[in-house]
Write a new protein. Structure first.
Length: 198
């Protein structure tokens, strides 16, 4: 539809890419589309600042029409870090780990949902999960104040989670790709305790 209208399909893989979803290396692979442009960052550098854009030869050719310069483009240290990350991902089978541990963690989060009515939804793939907190499951009323309380309780117990969603009521569960089932169990225990304090 986008291409029929003359547009381009752009996949922003900053969050979902680099093996995070477990089932695929890139998030777009699970969507049945082949993008014209793919952007990536964060995960490809494992803390070292790096970003990249991949595109078709036709689109890249547009950049040859004018002089293009990037102050930090092609930085050898960042490039070496990105290469090392790719080697570690393969050697340590971190994509497979994201799938196995992510599935386990999602199952445990869904079990918490059965115990705590404030959890309205658990969604995501691999180690890119969301836990939506609501004050009313039928109306899906965002639990804005409650999520802040739970986050603080979890932080006090040594577990950091982010939040997002349009109303700021969705826990962003994006642990490192080396996250284990034991780590998952601890996170679930902490989240259970924090939710029980509401």
């Amino acid at each position: 539809m986008v291409r029929k209208a003359g547009g381009l399909c752009i996949a922003d893989e900053v969050q979902a890419g680099v093996a995070r979803t477990g089932s695929h290396f890139w998030g777009f692979e699970g969507q049945g589309v082949i993008p014209d442009i793919v952007t990536m960052a964060k995960g490809i550098g494992n803390g070292i600042p790096i970003g990249a854009v991949v595109t078709t030869p036709e689109i890249a050719k547009v950049l040859t029409r004018r002089s293009y310069f990037n102050t930090f483009g092609g930085n050898p240290v960042s490039t070496a870090a990105g290469h090392a990350v790719l080697k570690v991902l393969e050697k340590e089978k971190l994509q497979e780990n994201a799938f196995v541990v992510g599935s386990y963690l999602k199952e445990k989060l869904n079990a918490l949902k059965e115990k705590h009515d404030i959890i309205g939804d658990v969604r995501g793939k691999g180690l890119l999960l969301g836990v939506e907190l609501v004050t009313d499951r039928q109306k899906k009323t965002p639990a804005k104040a409650e999520i802040a309380q739970v986050m603080n309780h979890m932080k006090d117990m040594g577990v950091l989670v982010g939040k997002g969603g349009f109303f700021g009521n969705v826990f962003r569960v994006t642990p490192p790709l080396c996250f284990s089932k034991e780590d998952s169990d601890y996170m679930i225990e902490v989240m259970d305790i924090a939710l029980s304090k509401l």
